[in-house]
Design a protein around this ligand. Structure first.
Ligand SMILES: [Zn+2]
Length: 212
């Protein structure tokens, strides 16, 4: 990287084809160095540099500095982050400062999103309201979305959009007429003591259809 940075073409004024190419090579080398650095376990510990910061003498990573990349094994279980939960003690002035995690991944075509926030102030139509702390995980797979937060497990098979969105409604199962109940492709699971244990929804989606 030093050799590229000290190339005489970069010292000349104005841009040339060679200086542009050297710039690109430098970027690529920087990226390669980042990935090599991710493999370093900092075996020799951190030492104080001339600038006064603690850095690994092997890869140069500054202690406690955030890493921009993740290195994941191609085979086997991948882990990104750890289970984070809100503490629920302090009230934050807005969502941005209350956010602990807001991250998403597209994993082999399935989209997963996790949002963890502390309690914070917000406003709806100009009215100030308090939003409770929460952890929300959302999985979207072939048009089906599963939403899990502190108080709800919500499964949605049809996207709520378009003109019809305002006419959507919800009801407790016991409120539904028998005629409607018969049409629901839902199996309710119970454990040995008759306690509600889960829900199975029969999807009428075609299995072989390719979706973009
Ligand atoms: Zn290191």
């Amino acid at each position: 990287m030093d050799q590229v940075a000290k190339h005489p073409a970069l010292a000349r004024s104005g841009r040339s084809a060679l200086s542009g190419m050297l710039g690109e090579i430098y970027q690529q080398l920087g990226l390669a160095w980042e990935f090599l650095g991710l493999q370093c376990r900092h075996w020799d510990g951190f030492r104080r540099t001339r600038k006064g910061v603690l850095a690994c003498p092997i890869c140069g990573k500054v202690k406690d500095a955030a890493e921009a990349w993740l290195l994941l094994p191609r085979d086997g279980r991948k882990q990104i982050g750890r289970m984070r939960l809100p503490r629920g003690k302090a009230m934050f002035p807005d969502k941005k400062t209350a956010t602990i995690v807001s991250d998403a991944i597209d994993f082999h075509g399935a989209a997963l999103r996790v949002d963890v926030t502390e309690q914070h102030k917000s406003s709806i139509l100009g009215r100030a309201i308090n939003i409770a702390e929460d952890r929300v995980a959302r999985l979207a797979e072939r048009g089906v979305e599963c939403w899990v937060d502190s108080s709800l497990v919500h499964l949605r098979l049809v996207p709520r959009s378009g003109k019809d969105a305002r006419r959507w409604t919800g009801a407790m199962v016991c409120e539904l007429p028998r005629k409607t109940l018969r049409q629901l492709p839902v199996l309710v699971d119970f454990d040995g003591r008759g306690r509600f244990a889960g829900l199975c929804v029969f999807s009428s989606r075609p299995r072989t259809k390719r979706e973009s």
